[in-house]
Design a protein around this ligand. Structure first.
Ligand code: HEC
Ligand code: HEC
Length: 270
């Protein structure tokens, strides 16, 4: 009997030690190691891509943003679209029965948020970001939205977002860092213009942008805007000129072809 108890205790101690040993090393720790296994090397590479995208994933990037300009603190800040979301993928859309995997989600942010080229699923950059997201997601429950996921919903104000008021908020609060022309400064990335996210990006959705701004801007004085100010300034950003939604081009071409065909037919009957 005593022996069994001792054995169980012993097993518990061993278990405890191995759990402690398995605790997630920090990125700094990983970087300081002389030898990394394939997974760990990809985690570090993925971290580098997220924080220095234009350098480590240059061939797929079309603007001056880094993933971590929106996925703040390298994707670890709650309410700033944190990246510990592997447990939410794949998502099944009953609409089309298509599996929306994590890889696709990463590739979409290259296409829209980074106004770049969609990398193939098997690109080393996509694999590395997936490894980093896996690392951040350790301990999350599969299928359960992690606390602080995405951005908060700005409370209903009973008033529509008003871009004219938003412009005043912009020049009073945001322009100091993002520039009076919104094209960014040394202190902050661009919010519109050729070096910003394109019109198909999640940040171009007024409610999502308002939630992000409300919880995370201005840096150093977060949560200081009223819900209405956040909505207004998001509506103002939405009206600014930025790269077009890449899907528009295809749709427009299709429409043009259709119009061409119809007018051809029309011409033929005359
Ligand atoms: C301009 C801001 C911006 C940039 C830059 C950006 N993203 Fe995103 N990302 C978003 C927004 C907004 C969402 C959608 C959040 C939602 O659906 O509520 C999102 C969603 C995601 C998701 C899914 C998160 C979830 O909660 O399911 C992943 C993964 C992701 N981005 C990866 C990346 C990677 C990798 C990069 C860099 C290559 C990047 N993003 C660059 C704004 C950005
Ligand atoms: C004190 C400087 C500062 C002020 C003021 C400020 N921001 Fe930012 N903003 C930043 C920085 C820095 C980042 C990038 C954060 C990072 O990379 O960690 C950022 C990122 C952003 C982003 C996501 C990245 C992008 O470029 O699209 C948005 C959207 C944004 N800010 C909107 C606003 C709005 C709207 C205001 C005014 C209400 C504002 N900011 C005020 C410094 C500032």
């Amino acid at each position: 009997m005593m022996q069994t108890v001792a054995r169980v205790l012993c097993a518990l101690v061993v278990l405890g030690v191995s759990v402690a040993a398995a605790a997630r090393p920090t990125i700094e720790e990983l970087k300081s190691r002389k030898v990394l296994d394939d997974y760990e090397a990809n985690v570090v590479y993925g971290y580098n891509i997220v924080t220095d995208t234009s350098r480590y994933a240059a061939r797929y990037v079309g603007n001056r943003l880094q993933c971590s300009n929106c996925h703040l603190q390298a994707g670890t800040k709650p309410h700033a679209i944190p990246l510990d979301v592997e447990g939410l993928y794949p998502k099944w859309r009953s609409k089309n029965g298509v599996r929306n995997g994590l890889g696709l989600r990463i590739r979409e942010c290259f296409l829209y948020s980074m106004n770049g080229i969609m990398p193939p699923e098997e690109a080393p950059e996509v694999q590395a970001v997936s490894a980093y997201i896996h690392y951040l997601s350790e301990g999350q429950v599969i299928g359960r939205l992690p606390p602080g996921a995405r951005v908060p919903m700005v409370p209903e104000t009973g008033e529509d977002p008003n871009p004219a008021r938003g412009e005043t908020v912009y020049h009073r609060i945001c322009a100091a860092c993002h520039g009076p022309d919104g094209h960014g400064t040394a202190a902050a990335p661009p919010l519109w213009g050729p070096e910003s996210y394109n019109a198909g990006a999640g940040m171009n959705d007024v409610r999502k942008a308002a939630g992000f701004i409300w919880a995370n801007m201005p840096v150093g004085n977060e949560n200081s805007l009223s819900p209405q100010e956040a909505l207004d300034v998001a509506a103002f950003l939405h009206l600014q000129i930025r790269p077009a939604d890449p899907r528009d081009g295809r749709l427009r071409k299709l429409m043009e072809r259709l119009v061409h065909r119809v007018s051809e037919l029309f011409g033929a009957t005359q």
